[in-house]
Design a binder for this molecule. Sequence first.
Ligand code: FCB
Length: 478
Amino acid sequence: MKRRDFLKSGIALAAITTLNPWTSLFGKEKKLNDELRRSDFGADFLWGVATAAYQIEGAYQEDGKGLSIWDTFSNTKGKIKTGENGNIATDFYHLYEQDIALLKQMNIPNFRFSIAWSRVLPKGVGEVNKKGLEFYHKVIDACLERGIEPWITLYHWDLPQALEDKGGWINREVIQWFKEYVTLCIREFKGKVKNWMIMNEPTAFTALGYMLGIHAPGKKGIDKFLKASHHTALALAEGGRTIRELFPQANIGSTFSCSYIEPLKPKNKHQKAAARIEAVMNKFFLEAVLGRGYPIQDFPALKRIKKFMLPGDEDKLKFDLDFVGLQNYTREVVKYSLFRPVIWANQVKPQKRGVETTEMGWEVYPESVYQMLKIYASYPEIPKIIITESGASFPDKLEDSKIHDEKRKKYLQDVLKQVLRAKKEGVPVQGYFIWTFTDNFEWAEGFRPRFGLVYVDFQSQKRYIKDSGKWFAEFLSK
Ligand code: FCB
């Protein structure tokens, strides 16, 4: 039997169910959960898991899908650390039904996923791929039938390659291309899906993809970054306006990466260096969409972006989001540096500071979430915050069909305590989505850093709920 037939047969799911006897597990978890209760967060608090199309779907050339920049990038030698690609990923394209059944089994009420632009518009604009739209209808229906609320990200980094060939985010026409894509998705799915996120972490995909060249499309240079960033910021706001116009009842957000940033020492030069890093990493897109413009005051070199601005752009950057998606994984300690021109700042690596790190090399620092929640809450323009990603990767070992991922479980619990602390202090945080549901393709890192609540054997595509997933399921069951 071929691998895919086996998977389709549902045997894999049956195996998971028998391998994870819920009854015995609930007893063990009880003690820990006594400390942290779902009800402490209030009945309206949203709980979910987050994913992204490229990291899970696979089926990269199936049913009329066009290639995206990530298909090209991951299939180019030397771009992915492990030489792997996302051509199959976790095969969610074929296994979505089984995976969504697993979500239900784990009591997870909200599911965040993204639409692959090139699956519905293979060339980015123009001809629509009906089979692509059908796939997302099936995913949405599979959620709704089980009482799971879909939360859709419109853009999670996988620009159609056909658009990249015309310059991608560097070409100002991208604003129109994005609008066409957003219009298609909203018209198609507004009858079923209320919650929309316009983009995922614009800082990450512009900086990594257009300045540092370590993510798709692999471009480098400050001007490329600034130009791509300005178009991204304009497209974000235009995307928001488009959704609002077509679907006034929609719940519209966008997600932003952020890390709590601290100067190495309380010295002026380090503090200023930290402010520059903060301007790029935390404030850039957030403040633009809030209507505050780009944070040029904190980082004067950013004024170079003005070269790419047309009259009237300043106003077009603003859009009133219904919620801001906060995504946090760590903190950064920053010092002044003579060796990094323009920004004159450098990160003091956690390895140098001798602190605990995750498999990504990120400092384990749950309090960063609290600090960032407080900072977001200090913007009067932000009405509501949802943590749309939070999680950690640690090496997992499958033993006897089990994964005892104590570190991940503890990390999530420690973060939730920080979320509760902020909430009790009046921060308008109204939801928490764990990154991520199943292990998946972690971009330029390949499959090695595992973030999932559910372990994936990438050879057999079998899923195994980790101890962290069992804990979350139990926590949600109350
Ligand atoms: C975030 C991305 C997400 C995932 C996590 C680990 O920056 O949005 O796709 O890669 O990091």
